[in-house]
Ligand binder design. Structure first.
Ligand code: GDP
Ligand code: IMO
Ligand code: MG
Length: 443
C-alpha cells in the first residue's frame, strides 16, 4: 500500500545560479517555523553562511536548520559525507551551545575518504587546461566511486568490521591510482582505520532511515524544508558541463536524494537568486564584469567563498540563466538576495538574452563551445544611491529598485516572493500579494 500524504506543507529552497545565492540565509529565515530541514545532495563543497546577531555560522555538511533547536535535520542518501568534516562541524556547533541531537543521517549516503580528497586535488593540479576549480573536498571522486559501484555507504562505514573489509578491497586500487597516475604517496590502511574508527563511533547514533522518517513527518502534515546546495548551473546534467559539481542540484534531485515520491511531497519551490551573479571556479559566465565595476560588486557584496575563501567572479543579473533555472526547477517564486549590494551604481545592466553567431537566443546553449562565445544582450536600468539595508517593507525601497525587481519578474515570468537586503534574519521583506509570500507567512 503506497503511503498517502494528507496535505503538503513543504518548501524547497534552491540555488538558481552558480551557488552562493544566499540559500543559507533564506533557509535560516524560514526554519524558524519548520519541523524538518533536509539536505538531499552535495557534500561539504557547500558553504552556507548564516548571520545571527553578532554570530556567524558557516555550515558545510549540516542543514542550516540545526541552529534552531527541536528541528529534525536530515542528511539524505543523495549526499556524500566526509566524516572528518562532519564530526568537526558538530563539535564546533556543540562548543557554541547548539543542540545537535536532532540530526539523522541516511545509512545510504556515501562516504568521502582521504583518498577522494587527494584524487580531487591531484587531478586538478595535474591538469594543464580545463581546470574545473573544484573545492578540493573530494566530491567528484566520491560520487564517481558511487556510480562505479565501489563506494562506501555510511551504514557500512559505522560498522567497523564492514569498513575494514571494504577498505582492504578498495585501498589497493585507490593507492595505485594515486601513486601511478598522480605520483602521490598514497595512504596506509592502518592510518585510515585509526583516524576513522572513533569518527564512525561518534556518527553511528545519528544513523536512521531518513526516507521513512521523512515520509512519516510528511504524512503528519508537518512543515518540511528542503535545503538545496550549489545551484542549477552547477547541476551535473543541466549546468555548464563539465564546469559543474558532481550531483544533480535541481528540484528533481530532492526525490532521489531523500527517497520520497514526487507526488504530493514538495509544495512550493523557492528559487534563490542574487540580484546580480557570481561564480566561483572556472566555466562560461557571459555576464561576468571584468572591469573595476566587477571589483566593486565583489567588495560591496563581500564575495569571497565560504568554503575556500576564493574571490568570487562577479557580474550582472543574467535572465537567461534565471529563466532556464526557473523552468528546470519549477520555481513557484523568487527569493532575491543581496539587492542592497546593487546600490551606488549609475546604471544596472541586465541580460535578457545572449547573442551567439549574430543571433539572439533566450536559452543557454547546450554545447560548452557555444556557451563560451555567448555575449550578453543588456538592457540598462537606472541605479539608486540610497542604502536600502534598513528597508523592511517594499514601500521603503526607492522606485529604481522597484523597477529593477519588476524587470527581474518580467524577464523570467516568475513572481518575487521575498527580497533580502542584508545578511541578517530581519533584513528580509516578504512581498505582499505574492502567493508564495502568503505561503511563507503561513508556514
Ligand atoms: P549560500 O551558499 O547560497 O548559502 O550562500 P553563501 O552563504 O555562500 O553566500 C552568501 C553570502 O551573502 C553570505 O555571506 C551571506 O551572509 C550574505 N548574504 C545573504 N543575503 C544577503 C543580502 O541580502 N545582502 C547582503 N549584503 N549579504 C547577504
Ligand atoms: P553552495 O552550496 C559555489 C563549484 C566549485 C567548482 C565546481 C565543482 O555554497 O552554493 P566541486 O568541489 O563540487 O567538485 O566543485 O562547483 N561549487 C560551488 N560554487 N557554491 C557552492 O556551494 C559550490 N559547490 C561547488 O567552485 O567550480
Ligand atoms: Mg555558499
Amino acid at each position: 500500500m503506497p503511503m498517502k500524504v494528507k496535505s503538503v506543507n513543504s518548501i524547497a529552497v534552491l540555488g538558481a545560479q552558480w551557488g552562493d545565492e544566499g540559500k543559507g540565509k533564506i533557509v535560516d529565515y524560514l526554519t524558524r517555523r519548520a519541523d524538518v530541514v533536509a539536505r538531499f545532495q552535495g557534500g561539504n563543497n557547500a558553504g552556507h553562511t548564516v548571520v545571527v546577531g553578532a554570530e556567524t555560522f558557516k555550515m558545510h555538511h549540516l542543514p542550516v536548520g540545526i541552529l534552531h533547536s527541536g528541528v529534525l535535520c536530515l542528511l539524505g542518501n543523495g549526499m556524500v559525507i566526509d566524516p572528518e568534516v562532519l564530526v568537526n562541524e558538530l563539535a564546533g556547533l556543540e562548543e557554541r551551545g547548539v543542540d545537535t541531537s536532532c540530526l539523522r543521517i541516511s545509512p545510504r549516503a556515501h562516504v568521502i575518504l582521504p583518498f577522494h580528497r587527494a584524487v580531487d586535488i591531484s587531478e586538478e593540479a595535474s591538469k594543464t587546461g580545463m581546470k574545473i576549480g573544484t573545492t578540493g573536498r573530494g566530491i567528484g571522486p566520491a560520487y564517481a566511486d558511487k556510480a562505479y559501484r565501489r563506494g562506501l555507504r555510511m551504514g557500512d562505514y559505522v560498522n567497523h568490521e564492514r569498513f575494514c573489509s571494504w577498505l582492504e578491497e578498495a585501498l589497493p586500487l585507490q593507492n595505485r591510482i594515486l601513486r601511478e597516475v598522480f605520483g602521490h604517496p598514497g595512504f596506509e590502511k592502518e592510518e585510515i582505520l585509526q583516524l576513522h574508527r572513533p569518527l564512525g563511533e561518534k556518527l553511528a547514533p545519528y544513523l536512521a532511515d531518513t526516507s521513512l522518517l521523512l515520509m512519516e513527518h510528511l504524512q503528519k502534515g508537518e512543515r518540511i524544508l528542503f535545503e538545496g546546495a550549489q545551484g542549477a548551473l552547477l547541476d551535473i546534467d543541466h549546468g555548464t558541463y563539465p564546469f559543474v559539481t558532481s550531483s544533480n542540484t535541481i528540484s528533481g534531485s530532492i526525490f532521489t536524494g531523500l527517497g520520497i515520491s514526487p507526488l504530493n511531497t514538495v509544495g512550493e519551490i523557492l528559487g534563490v537568486t542574487k540580484a546580480y551573479t557570481t561564480r566561483v571556479g572556472e566555466g562560461p559566465y557571459p555576464t561576468e564584469e571584468k572591469s573595476t565595476l566587477g571589483d566593486r560588486i565583489r567588495e560591496r557584496g563581500r564575495e569571497y567563498g565560504t568554503t575556500t575563501g576564493r574571490p568570487r567572479r562577479c557580474g550582472w543579473f543574467d535572465a537567461v540563466v534565471a529563466r532556464y533555472s526557473a523552468r528546470i526547477n519549477g520555481f513557484t517564486g523568487w527569493g532575491v538576495t543581496k539587492l542592497d549590494v546593487m546600490g551606488g551604481f549609475k546604471t544596472l545592466p541586465v541580460a535578457g538574452a545572449y547573442r551567439l553567431d549574430g543571433r539572439e537566443i533566450s536559452d543557454p546553449p547546450v554545447a560548452l563551445e557555444d556557451y563560451w562565445r555567448c555575449e550578453p544582450v543588456y538592457q540598462e536600468l537606472p541605479g539608486w544611491d540610497e542604502d536600502i539595508s534598513a528597508a523592511r517593507r517594499m514601500e521603503q525601497l526607492p522606485p529604481e529598485a522597484h523597477s529593477y525587481l519588476q524587470a527581474m519578474e518580467d524577464l523570467t515570468g516568475v513572481k518575487i516572493a521575498l527580497v533580502s537586503v542584508g545578511p541578517e534574519r530581519e533584513q528580509t521583506i516578504l512581498v505582499p500579494g505574492a502567493s508564495l509570500a502568503t505561503f511563507i507567512n503561513n508556514f
